[in-house]
Ligand binder design. Structure first.
Ligand code: NAD
Ligand code: TDX
Length: 372
């Protein structure tokens, strides 16, 4: 197989970092260049183990910087762009939509334009692909009995985040239809696993429970999400790059729907078990209720609902399965267990993120959240 040269945007973020670990482990001969602006969500520590690999390069920069992106595509002779870079947190998009418009819409357009120029300049020589990583949230919300989203479900985004991702998806398709750019798109459900920034539901609940802080559940906790372990998402993107059809969109899902409240209760059970069974962990996390023989579930607190909160997401992933044979390796039980174990073993990764700047932002925006 020829040596691929990948540009991974947003590779210091949650899914991007997992993808880079996955790719460098499985395709050792490939060149992997990460372009990341290191916003609050980008963490070079997530890529630390890779810095010594000769095939790996980290570039600190913005996807909106046309000169930089053009130079990278040209100088590195990139043939595969995997585009993760985005503002990704729905709550932040509700408070401050601007960054979402700038990065998710304008940034994606800038990348598309640079990719088009690079591809047109070297059309014969390269097997080119622009893969755009998108979300189930572009389809809007489902009620209890609605069938899961398919790739042809109408777009109906609720939050500024979802609207910005929907806009970027439309631009990717327009570049295919208008200029012939070899693109693919994947729309995935909620991911979880290592290197997940502790503002999102699962890592927030874990780190709060360990420090005895409240576990803020929005509304009545009945909202349903479909969860996919992040490494399964990386495997699915790999399949789409190798076996997917250019110009197509693929839904990716975990087939693991659960209400937020049940999910948080499951996490509490896993933490109770792990802390209850280890004197060392009880010593490390003395403020966690499980260290005192109580349950982390005692910390669950219902708080004001998210405005425009989508009630349910569910993905029909049959198209991807039929085209590539992809099935998730992890189920919710095994994936959550791995995730809890990872956070218990990697406090050195998440503790520095709970710094004064971030804590201040949370206090301002979530006065009810009870975070220290
Ligand atoms: P994340 O917020 O953890 O990481 C985003 C990364 O992009 C960060 O490293 C950040 O520094 C970087 N970035 C932001 N703006 C940038 C810019 N202008 N230029 C360069 N880099 C920039 O996000 P994530 O959860 O890893 O999500 C990655 C992608 O997957 C996003 O496009 C998101 O919409 C999509 N997605 C996420 C999920 C999920 O559950 N997390 C599910 C489906 C799809
Ligand atoms: O403190 C919380 N309490 C709570 O009840 C937080 C942070 C969230 N929630 C709820 C809101 C959602 O129903 O939990 C659910 C999950 O919330 P998030 O972790 O913020 O994820 P979500 O809004 O579903 O979006 C995620 O999945 C789709 C990612 O952040 C997006 O980037 C991705 O596109």
């Amino acid at each position: 197989m020829p040596r691929n040269k990948l540009l991974v945007t947003g590779g210091a973020g949650f899914i991007g970092a997992n993808f880079v670990h996955y790719w460098t482990r499985n395709y050792r001969r490939d060149r992997v260049v990460v372009l990341d602006a290191l916003t609050y969500a980008g963490n070079p520590a997530s890529l630390e183990p890779l810095q010594s690999l000769p095939a790996f390069r980290f570039v600190h920069g913005d996807i909106r910087d046309a000169t930089l992106v053009r130079a990278l595509l040209r100088d590195e002779r990139i043939n595969t762009i995997v585009h993760f870079a985005a503002e990704s947190h729905v709550d932040r998009s509700i408070h401050s939509p601007d960054a979402f418009i700038h990065t998710n819409v304008l940034g994606t357009c800038n990348l598309l334009q640079a990719a088009r120029e690079a591809w047109e300049a070297d059309r014969e020589a390269t097997d080119f692909r622009f893969h755009h990583v998108s979300t189930d949230e572009v389809y809007g919300t489902l009620s209890r009995d609605d069938p899961a989203f398919v790739e042809t479900s109408p777009y109906d985004p609720s939050s500024p985040y979802a609207a910005s991702k929907a806009a970027s998806d439309h631009f990717v398709r327009a570049y295919r239809r208008t200029y012939g750019l070899p693109v693919s798109i994947s729309n995935c459900s909620n991911n979880y696993g290592p290197y997940h920034f502790p503002e999102k539901l699962i890592p927030l609940m874990i780190v709060n429970a360990l420090s005895g802080a409240k576990l803020p559940v929005y509304g009545d906790g009945s909202n349903v999400r479909d969860w996919l372990f992040v490494e399964d998402h990386c495997r699915a993107i790999d399949r789409i790059l190798r076996q997917g059809t250019v110009g197509e969109t693929y839904n990716i899902g975990g087939g693991a729907e659960i209400s937020n409240l049940d999910l948080v209760r499951n996490l509490c059970r896993l933490l109770d078990e792990a802390i209850g069974a280890s004197r060392a962990l009880q010593g490390t996390y003395p403020d966690c209720p499980a260290a005192r023989g109580s349950s982390c579930a005692d910390l669950i607190t219902f708080v004001a609902d998210r405005p425009g909160h989508d009630w349910r997401y569910a993905m029909d992933a049959a198209k991807l399965r039929n085209a590539t044979g992809f099935q998730p390796d992890e189920n919710l039980v095994s994936g959550l267990r791995k995730t809890v174990q990872w956070y218990l073993a990697n406090e050195g990764w998440w503790r520095p993120l709970l710094d004064a700047r971030y804590a201040k932002w949370v206090r301002q925006n979530y006065p009810d959240a009870g975070r220290t």
